[in-house]
Design a protein around this ligand. Structure first.
Ligand SMILES: NC(=O)C1=CN([C@@H]2O[C@H](COP(=O)(O)OP(=O)(O)OC[C@H]3O[C@@H](n4cnc5c(N)ncnc54)[C@H](O)[C@@H]3O)[C@@H](O)[C@H]2O)C=CC1
Length: 477
C-alpha cells in the first residue's frame, strides 16, 4: 500500500549513551562483553524459568521456548546432505541490490530464524525476564500479544538498517512512544544482550563473529536513535496524560462515546489517534481515533466498540464511568487534512471508523474554505449507524458536505435512503473523484478494498490517507 501511513511507538528517557561501551562492535571476543548465550551465563536454560516469582516469568510463559540443540559436530564419516535452508545461508555476502555487508548478514540471520519465530520470541522474553526480572513490570500481565511486538519492532528496524531516513523515522517514533511504558536508557543494553543471546542460540547455521558484529552495530544504532528521540521529546511533552472520564454515552449495546478531560493541554490534529490504557488492564494499550477536532474546552472524545475478548474496549464500553481516570499516549497518525489545497475531500468511514471522519468534517468547517466533502458512512444495518444523526446534522449545517449512509448486510428501514452494498461499491457508483483527496477509516479489509476502489475512481494513490494497516490489525479492538 503506497498511501501515507502512520507507524508505531518505542522508548527512552534522558540519554546517557556513554553507558553503552560493552555494546561496541568487537572484532574478536571482547573480555568486557557479557555472556551472549544462555548457557554461558545461565547454567539452566530459561525454559525452566522460575514458577512465578514476584516479577518473574511464569513457567507457562516460556511455553514453546525450548532452545534447539546446538549445531551438531558433523560425523567424521562425511558431511550430512545440505538442506535448502543451509544452502541459502551459505550464499556469499554480496547482493545485486547493493545492500551493505551488515544488512546481508542481518537478513541471513532473519531468514534462518523466521521458521521458528514464535520460539525465538518466547525464548527472548524468557531470557530477558530471567536475567532482568525487574523489567517484567514494564510488560502486561498477559504476554500473548506483547510477545510479538518488541521483537518484531527490533527485527523491522534491523531490516531497514540500510535505509537511513526510514530507519530514523521508524525508530524515533518508536523511541517517543516507549516513554509511556516507562522505558529507560539503561534498559536497552539488557534487551540487546538478550536479543543477541537469543539470535546466537537459534541462528546456529549463520551465526559467526562477523554476524555478531553486524547485529551489535545495528542494535547500537537502533537504541541510540530511540534514546535520543525520547530525550528530545521529554523536553516538550509528558510521557503520558491522565484523563478523567467526564461523559459516557452508550449508543448501542456495544458502542459507547467516551469523553475525557486531560490533566494537561493535549495538542493534536483532527484525523489523528492515540493510545489508551485503562486502570483495569495496566500496561495494555489500545489505539483510538479522536472523534472530534480540537475543542476550545480541551475535551477529547472516542467512539469505542466492545469486541469479543477486547479487554480495553470492553472496559471502556461496559465499565468506565464519569470520574474514572484513563491514561493517554501522545497523538499520532497522518490522516490529517492538507489545508494548502482546495481539493474536495472524499471520506470512507466504516463502523466506528466514522469517528476520525467526523473530526475531519469539523476541521474543514473550522477552516471555512467550503471545500466539497463527500462522506460515505458504512455499517452493517441501520441500527449500526450509531452516529448518523450527528453526521446528518453536520450535513444540514454545511451545504458543501454530503453524507451517504451505506448498509452492507443487515436490514434497512429505507428511512435513510441508504445505498445497499459495501462502501467501495458505493464509491464506484458515485465517482469519478479525480479532484479529491481521500481518507479511509475502518476495519483493515475496508482499508484494503477502499484504497483499490479510490484509485479506480481516479484518486491518485499519493492523495489517499489511512492509518497503518499493521497498527489496525495489531490493535484488533
Ligand atoms: N482510524 C481508523 O482507521 C479507525 C479504524 N477503526 C476500526 O474500524 C473497525 C470498526 O469495526 P466495526 O464497527 O465492527 O465495523 P464493521 O466490521 O461492522 O464494518 C463497518 C463497515 O465497513 C465496511 N467494511 C467492513 N469490512 C469490509 C471489507 N472487507 N471490504 C469492504 N468494506 C468493508 C462495510 O461497509 C461495513 O458495513 C475496527 O476494526 C476499528 O479498529 C475504528 C476507528 C478508527
Amino acid at each position: 500500500m503506497d498511501a501515507p501511513t502512520t507507524a508505531s511507538a518505542g522508548s527512552g528517557a534522558e540519554g546517557d549513551s556513554g553507558a553503552w561501551s560493552w555494546f561496541s562492535p568487537s572484532p574478536a571476543k571482547s573480555p568486557e562483553r557479557p555472556a551472549e548465550t544462555p548457557e554461558e551465563r545461565d547454567p539452566e536454560p530459561p525454559p525452566a524459568a522460575p514458577d512465578d516469582g514476584p516479577a518473574g516469568v511464569r513457567a507457562d510463559e516460556t511455553h514453546g521456548a525450548a532452545p534447539p540443540p546446538r549445531r551438531a559436530v558433523p560425523p567424521a564419516a562425511g558431511p550430512a546432505p545440505e538442506s535448502a535452508l543451509e544452502a541459502s545461508l551459505r550464499t556469499p555476502h554480496s547482493d545485486a541490490t547493493g545492500a551493505s555487508g551488515d544488512a546481508l548478514l542481518i537478513r541471513r540471520t532473519m531468514t534462518e530464524i523466521e521458521p521458528v519465530a514464535e520460539q525465538v520470541t518466547s525464548y527472548f522474553y524468557a531470557l530477558l525476564f530471567v536475567r532482568y526480572p525487574e523489567l517484567r513490570q514494564l510488560f502486561p500481565v498477559s504476554m500473548d500479544e506483547q510477545r510479538d511486538r518488541l521483537f518484531k519492532a527490533l527485527l523491522t528496524a534491523a531490516q531497514r538498517v540500510d535505509d537511513d531516513a526510514s530507519l530514523t523515522e521508524f525508530l524515533a517514533h518508536l523511541g517517543r512512544g516507549h516513554r509511556k511504558y516507562g522505558t529507560q536508557p539503561a534498559h536497552y543494553p539488557a534487551v540487546g544482550e538478550c536479543l543477541l543471546g537469543t539470535l546466537s542460540r537459534y541462528a546456529t547455521l549463520s551465526w559467526d563473529d562477523q554476524t555478531e558484529g553486524a547485529w551489535i552495530r545495528a542494535y547500537t544504532r537502533i537504541s541510540q536513535i530511540m534514546i535520543d528521540a525520547a530525550a528530545e521529546d521529554e523536553v516538550t511533552s509528558p510521557a503520558w496524560w491522565d484523563a478523567e472520564v467526564v461523559a459516557h454515552e452508550l449508543r448501542t449495546s456495544d458502542i459507547a462515546i467516551v469523553t475525557v478531560r486531560p490533566d494537561q493541554p493535549y495538542p493534536f490534529l483532527a484525523g489523528q489517534y492515540t493510545s489508551v490504557e485503562t486502570p483495569w488492564w495496566p500496561r495494555v494499550w489500545r489505539h483510538y481515533s479522536f472523534a472530534a477536532a480540537p475543542r476550545s474546552d480541551g475535551l477529547l472524545s472516542f467512539h469505542v466498540k466492545a469486541v469479543p475478548a477486547g479487554w480495553v474496549s470492553g472496559a471502556l464500553v461496559h465499565r468506565a464511568r464519569p470520574g474514572d481516570v484513563i491514561r493517554l499516549g501522545p497523538p499520532t497518525g497522518s490522516m490529517t487534512v492538507d489545508h494548502t489545497t482546495d481539493n474536495g475531500l472524499l471520506c470512507l468511514g466504516g463502523g466506528t471508523g466514522i469517528a476520525p471522519i467526523k473530526a475531519l468534517v469539523e476541521d474543514v468547517a473550522e477552516h471555512g474554505r467550503r471545500r466539497p466533502m463527500e462522506v460515505f458512512y458504512g455499517a452493517r444495518s441501520d441500527h449500526d449507524l450509531y452516529d448518523i444523526d450527528t453526521m446528518l446534522r453536520l450535513e444540514h449545517a454545511h451545504p458543501w458536505l454530503s453524507v451517504r449512509p451505506v448498509i452492507s448486510s443487515g436490514p434497512s428501514s429505507g428511512a435513510l435512503n441508504s445505498f445497499s452494498g459495501q462502501l467501495p461499491d458505493a464509491v464506484r457508483e458515485y465517482g469519478p473523484y479525480g479532484e479529491y483527496d481521500a481518507y479511509v477509516s475502518g476495519p483493515p479489509g475496508l482499508i484494503r478494498s477502499g484504497v483499490d476502489a479510490l484509485v479506480g475512481v481516479g484518486v491518485p494513490s499519493d492523495r489517499i490517507r489511512h492509518d497503518a494497516l499493521e497498527e489496525l490489525v495489531a490493535a484488533g479492538e
